[in-house]
Design a protein around this ligand. Sequence first.
Ligand SMILES: *Cc1c(COP(=O)(O)O)cnc(C)c1O
Length: 216
Amino acid sequence: MSIRDNILSIKDEISNEVKLVAVSKTRSIDEIKEAYDSNQKIFGENRVQEIVEKHQLLPDDIEWHMIGHLQKNKVKYISNFITLIHSLDRISLAAEIDKCAKKSNRKIDCLIQLKISSEETKFGLDTRLLEDFYSDIQKYENINIVGLMGMASFTENQQKISDEFSQIKELYDIMNLKNSKIKNLSIGMSDDYRLAIEKGSNMIRVGSKIFGKRSY
Ligand SMILES: *Cc1c(COP(=O)(O)O)cnc(C)c1O
């Protein structure tokens, strides 16, 4: 199947309410162009240098999403063009995003990344801290919190993944009821996006199912 076929078949399968973020990390400009020409306009990357280069080389109507761990000292390179940051997980990062957004005269949309997996290596905010974190960052006027993001454990155990998605959905529902700006739930990747959508995802981040297996 071609990149185009893969995108069409995923879009065919999901409803219009679910946004597809094509995860283009490690992919070439030509591969991304093929996706773009198949009417895919949202791309996600996890490295600052890569997203900056690709943003410069590709059409202006692409929405670029930062989906990976973000270092404070690199925020300045993306703050003038980034559409959505999925990986806001600490106050110091919020302060830096706010500062850079101000300089660019923008308000930057962010998702709070929650740690829902039991794995040690994953980034994300402890779910127990969400309420305090959310109220603490209200002071940052150039940040717009528009939802939550999570990554399930890397496991074959579907029940475990399902429980982790349910946990974040519950928190999302509570926040969404209180604040209509909270309207994006970014969960689900190539191997688990169907389950994620069943659990309430409205933003899926799909890489290998579109572009094929990554070779680093
Ligand atoms: C790489 C990546 C994805 C996509 O992974 P696939 O399994 O290739 O779909 C989604 N989210 C994040 C945060 C990633 O780093």
